[in-house]
Write a protein that binds this ligand. Structure first.
Ligand SMILES: O=C(O)C(=O)C[C@]1(C(=O)O)C=C[C@@H](O)C=C1
Length: 360
């Protein structure tokens, strides 16, 4: 039998009733999270934020998600609920590559929710300085892009500072041509070099004769375009909104899967969740077969290597260090002895951190 169609008024009444139930449950959850905070306080814990627990909650919610919302949608709603509750216990301060409206800010908000306190930094180096000096508890730094590869400065700074990687965030990067003027009147486009590389083909095909002006971030690109009567920028929708620019064309990145991976840096260690990654920096003795020897304990134990990147060692000419990302946590019973074996083989070894894999 067909379900009778409900009137608009009846549907709205039903929605109001559901909203009241959601609100009551939200309050109950907030009270429970507060009690956890009280317990932690009584135990003398200095931080309330537990990224491992948060990623377990989000994964479970995504697994149980009956629809119609997507997994990413329910995860971001829960992220905000957790973030709001945590803000009542502890004001998390997070540095990101500013100004406001950058992808780094979007990544930071995706990971910490909008209730954390975000501090724009003028460079990636400044983010490391802010976290190291304790001015912010965490920082979010870009580490690789699926089109353009590694952010070398981040890799080098990870070695320079005694900080821990305590999370990762993946963000789909959508670039837009934004301006206050129509496309035909554009003489200059302000663009960050990474963005320019990700939109190379589109720029060559669509705006072959305009001047491309290098700027330090996507946010600054929008800011400069807003005060140039012949200028446009490639930037985010958030920056376009902040500087009252129109989106002339959305999604101009050459690769429709364009994604950037960010790392969360801080001073806390996370416990294993069963869905973790470990990042290492290692160097071998400079002789034939040393990289093979370094990696063989991983292959023997069937450990997945998700990334390997080399960088100049900076201590000697033509010597290199290798950045490795592995699946698993350094405290996992399988991975722990493998890491010990690898450390014994290596002339240099440092674990940059074990952390939950990006959830969505
Ligand atoms: O389980 C905890 O340790 C909590 O503090 C609760 C809670 C939550 O809201 O679920 C809040 C903050 C933490 O980062 C993780 C989880």
């Amino acid at each position: 039998m067909q379900k009778p169609i409900r009137s608009l008024a009846a549907l709205r009444t039903a929605i109001d009733q559901v909203d009241s139930k959601i609100l009551a449950l939200l309050s109950e959850r907030g009270q429970l999270a507060h009690e956890v905070g009280e317990l932690k306080r009584a135990d003398g814990e200095t931080h309330f934020y537990h990224p491992d627990r948060e990623s377990e909650i989000l994964r479970r919610i995504m697994q149980e998600n009956p629809g119609p919302f997507t997994d990413a949608q329910v995860a971001s709603i829960y992220r905000e609920i957790i973030s709001a509750g945590l803000a009542l216990e502890e004001a998390l301060q997070v540095a990101y590559l500013g100004p406001a409206g950058t992808f780094s800010q979007m990544a930071a908000q995706k990971h910490f929710g909008h209730s954390a306190q975000f501090q724009p930094a003028s460079s990636i180096s400044e983010i490391f300085r802010l976290v190291d000096s304790g001015q912010t508890q965490f920082g979010v730094v870009p580490v690789e892009n699926s089109t353009e590869g590694s952010v070398n400065l981040t890799l080098d700074l990870l070695l320079d500072y005694p900080l821990q990687i305590c999370g990762e965030v993946q963000l789909r990067i959508v670039h837009n041509l934004v301006a206050k003027i129509p496309m035909a009147q554009i003489s200059r486009v302000y663009v960050h070099y990474q963005t320019r590389a990700q939109c190379r083909q589109w720029l060559a095909a669509s705006l072959p004769h305009v001047e491309l002006v290098d700027v330090p971030s996507n946010g600054v690109a929008a800011e400069r375009a807003s005060s140039d009567p012949e200028g446009a920028a490639i930037s985010t929708t958030a920056a376009a909104e902040a500087y009252a620019l129109d989106i002339l064309q959305a999604g101009i990145e050459d690769n429709p899967e364009n994604t950037t991976r960010f790392l969360v840096i801080g001073k806390i260690a996370t416990r294993p969740t069963g869905q973790d990654k470990t990042s290492l920096v290692v160097a071998g003795i400079n002789r034939p077969g040393s990289l093979h020897a370094l990696l063989s304990p991983l292959a023997d134990a069937n450990v997945s290597l998700t990334r390997i990147e080399s960088r100049p060692a900076r201590s000697a000419v033509w010597e290199y260090v290798f950045y490795l990302d592995l699946l698993g946590h350094c405290q996992d019973p399988v991975l722990s002895p493998v890491l010990n074996a690898l450390a014994e083989q290596a002339s240099f070894y440092r674990c940059l951190g074990s952390y939950p894999k990006a959830v969505y």
